[in-house]
Design a protein around this ligand. Structure first.
Ligand SMILES: Nc1ncnc2c1ncn2[C@@H]1O[C@H](COP(=O)(O)OP(=O)(O)OP(=O)(O)O)[C@@H](O)[C@H]1O
Ligand SMILES: [Mg+2]
Length: 228
């Protein structure tokens, strides 16, 4: 089953102005459920732009995006937010955590915007995710007092807490040493074996090689072949 289908997707920033950028210029992409995909390409090639659209954080200028058999190309921002909360776990390159809050509070946050877990289930759910990503014992620690690898785990836990179908990660290992990066990749592989679809933007061939498939983006277009 295809969980994601993108057809002839275009994204222009500052359309019609002097500083217009045609970041995506006709992208086609199909991803099957429980597949793992790497997106590679040089800086500025459109990787984050594509990931943000896949994650319903941004909308395309034209083209179609079908997510779980539903065409979501023309949804409003609030409809997209609902879809995102239910279906997508997004791990931002800069983590996007609240540094002054604890591990527990950061991970719990998405549950405040959904009704998937209520009452006592909330605490149970947050604690089970904390164990899953290897942060047991650090629940009360403030994010600002953590290492890069620990912050990455908090960001992953927060992306997972709502039990999304798709996990999107923008350069999840770029700031990590190789041992921590391997541990983070092991978490992603584990998630995939539990039926999650994994899409990772990376500059690291070693990371891409651990996933099922790699696509390359160049001049706003995707290819299965590395032409760089
Ligand atoms: N909000 C924005 N407004 C205007 N232009 C943008 C915006 N975001 C990205 N761009 C431009 O779109 C193009 C693609 O950017 P994008 O961030 O998708 O690249 P990337 O492949 O993720 O790069 P990197 O590897 O450096 O993160 C670039 O030319 C960039 O300058
Ligand atoms: Mg980027």
């Amino acid at each position: 089953m295809n969980i994601i289908e993108i057809r002839d997707l275009h994204k222009k920033y500052n359309e019609g102005k002097d500083n217009e950028v045609h970041a995506l210029s006709g992208v086609d992409l199909t991803v099957e459920k429980a597949d793992s995909l790497a997106i590679m390409g040089v800086s500025g090639s459109g990787k984050s732009t594509l990931l943000n659209i896949l994650g319903c954080l941004d909308i395309p200028t034209s083209g179609t995006y079908t997510l779980k058999d539903e065409n979501i190309s023309d949804k409003s921002a609030s409809e997209l937010a609902k879809i995102r909360n239910k279906t997508i776990g997004f791990i931002l390159q800069s983590f996007g955590l609240i540094e002054s809050d604890s591990v527990y509070t950061n991970i719990k946050l998405p549950l405040l915007f959904s009704n998937k877990y209520v009452g006592k289930e909330v605490k149970k759910r947050v604690n089970s995710i904390i164990i899953e990503v290897g942060l047991k014992g650090l629940e009360k620690k403030k994010v600002r007092d953590m290492s890069g690898g620990q912050k990455q785990r908090v960001a992953i836990a927060r992306a997972l807490v709502n039990d999304p179908d798709i996990i999107l990660a923008d350069e999840p290992t770029s700031a990590l040493d190789s041992k921590t990066a391997s541990e983070i990749m092991a978490i992603f592989k584990d998630l995939q074996s539990n039926g999650k679809t994994i899409i990772i933007v990376t500059h690291d061939k070693h990371v891409a090689d651990q996933l099922d498939r790699t696509v390359y983006i160049k001049d706003g277009l995707l290819s299965d072949i590395d032409e760089v």
